[in-house]
Design a protein around this ligand. Structure first.
Ligand code: ADP
Ligand code: ADP
Ligand code: MG
Length: 457
């Protein structure tokens, strides 16, 4: 019986991690723990990077510019084939939500660790994703059906749904290609500038429009789905602390969500995943208003940066689950086996100058001290003497804490941020300390407008 099951599993002896930074390290660790050989790729700028040092193997895939290396499908595929990998883990950002990459990897006989390419294609297009959510019976934000044809259509729709509205890139991600439009007069400019950013960032200038939900929280639900149609959710995360639509602090669970609401949102997320034919780890993002109405905004078809806080409160290692699912294993638990306990908070540590419009900052870290203690976790890609290059995302680490309740988690985070030392480059650590001392944050009284309204930036 056992032997039969083992024979059905896909071979997963070596995984190529097609990424860099802290997420590459996170995946390398999971592979090693499971006895899987972890190979990774690196650009010329990353020859001394930590992910290269701790991987079992590392393959150079080109020059520093992401287009020549981490976004170069051919170079990455060649690396995977040359080292004899069975699968590719795409991490976050870069090619992780690129359906063509997924397809090419799969057609080469390798396993892409994530959903199938047709599902990434459907959900990566935020307009089709809205249709899927609607079909699954989940509420969506009032807005366009399909991409906008032109600015006239945008004006007409905005008049109908009422200002303020948001213009968003159909292929968007990472908070890019989004514009707030408060009045009719602003729409045309916003439309044009969103279009420009969308084509520059995503190579696709299609846009859609949504009513702007004011004063809402960003609440997202983590799901796991195997290849046999079993889907569970691991509860929600509150990621409302955002700067320019990008997450800065995340926590789980959300203070203002009770178990009834958790089940309701969880079920909506599971239904969306089932309707889409989803497999592996994914996140369904919602906006939630004060009166507890919630609206689907998008689904991220990959591991997320803030998966850590969910791991802390559920005890589930989401990256190891990704590897097991990719191997063809069934989920070994049901919804009722997922128990949420305690509270977890993550602060993203970015190499940026918080006093100067958060400009990315690079240089050498000449002194590093990473905080520790019970319930303190650090996920990073930095070490004493390492060089932060200007080519990639500015996130250099994440401090994650776990406490028996929110208050204990906040106290731990304050201690951890007080201990951490990163010298040689500018970081947002002081900015994070200010958030942890803000009364509204402490009271749990915040929404996606928090940083704009409370932090004067
Ligand atoms: P998460 O949704 O996991 O919180 P972020 O939105 O912070 O992640 O994105 C993580 C990284 O991936 C960032 O570097 C971001 O710029 C990048 N990213 C996210 N989505 C996309 C996308 N669709 N295309 C390109 N890069 C993306
Ligand atoms: P991305 O793919 O870049 O992550 P999202 O669609 O998830 O884009 O939106 C990013 C953030 O922008 C959300 O977390 C939220 O703070 C804000 N946002 C997006 N859509 C709306 C909306 N309709 N109303 C209000 N805020 C929104
Ligand atoms: Mg999002």
């Amino acid at each position: 019986m056992f032997q039969k099951k083992a024979q059905q599993l896909r071979k997963l002896e070596k995984v190529l991690i097609a990424n860099r930074g802290e997420i590459a390290i996170r995946v390398i660790r999971a592979c090693k723990e499971m006895g899987i050989i972890a190979a990774t790729v690196y650009s010329d700028a990353d020859a001394d990077a930590l992910h290269v040092r701790i991987a079992d193997e590392a393959i150079n895939i080109g020059q520093a510019r992401a287009n020549d290396s981490y976004l170069n499908v051919e170079h990455i595929l060649n690396a995977a084939l040359a080292c004899g990998a069975d699968a590719i883990h795409p991490g976050v950002g870069f090619l992780s939500e690129n359906s063509d990459f997924d397809r090419i990897v799969s057609e080469s006989g390798l396993k892409f660790i994530g959903p199938t390419y047709d599902v990434i294609e459907k959900l990566g297009n935020k307009s089709t994703a809205r249709e899927i959510a609607k079909k699954a019976g989940a509420p969506i934000v009032p807005g366009s059906d399909g991409p906008l044809k032109d600015v006239e259509e945008a004006l007409k729709l905005a008049d109908k749904i009422g200002y303020p509205v948001m213009i968003k890139a159909v292929s968007g991600g990472g908070g890019r290609g989004i514009r707030i439009v408060e009045t009719r007069e602003q729409l045309e400019d916003a439309y044009e500038s969103a279009k420009k950013e969308a084509v520059a960032c995503f190579g696709d200038d299609s846009l859609y429009i949504e009513k702007m939900i004011l004063g809402a929280k960003h609440i997202e639900v983590q799901i796991l789905a195997d290849e046999y149609g079993n889907v569970v959710h691991l509860g929600e995360r509150d990621c409302s602390i955002q700067r320019k639509n990008q997450k800065v602090v995340e926590e789980a669970p959300c203070e203002t969500i009770d178990s009834f609401m958790r089940e309701k949102m969880g079920k909506a997320a599971v239904n969306i995943a089932k309707t889409a034919g989803y497999q592996n780890s994914g996140t369904v993002e919602f906006l939630m208003t004060d009166d507890k109405k919630f609206y689907f905004i998008e689904m991220n078809t990959r591991i997320q940066v803030e998966h850590t806080v969910t791991e802390m409160i559920t005890g589930v290692d989401i990256v190891k689950e990704q590897l097991r699912i990719a191997r063809g294993e069934r989920l070994s638990y049901k919804q009722q086996d997922i128990i949420i306990r305690g509270h977890s908070i993550e602060c993203r540590i970015n190499a940026e100058d918080a006093d100067n419009r958060f400009m990315p900052n690079c240089g050498k870290i000449n002194m590093l001290y990473v905080p520790g203690g019970m319930g303190v976790r650090f996920e990073g890609c930095i070490y004493d003497g390492c060089e932060i290059s200007p080519y990639y995302d500015s996130m250099i680490g994440k401090v994650i804490v776990y406490g028996k309740d929110r208050q204990e988690a906040i106290n731990k985070m304050k201690c951890a941020l007080g201990e951490i030392v990163v010298e040689g480059i500018k970081t947002n650590i002081n900015f994070q300390k200010r958030i942890m001392n803000n009364q509204k944050y402490l009271d749990g009284d915040f929404n996606t407008g928090f940083i704009r309204q409370e932090m004067n930036v």
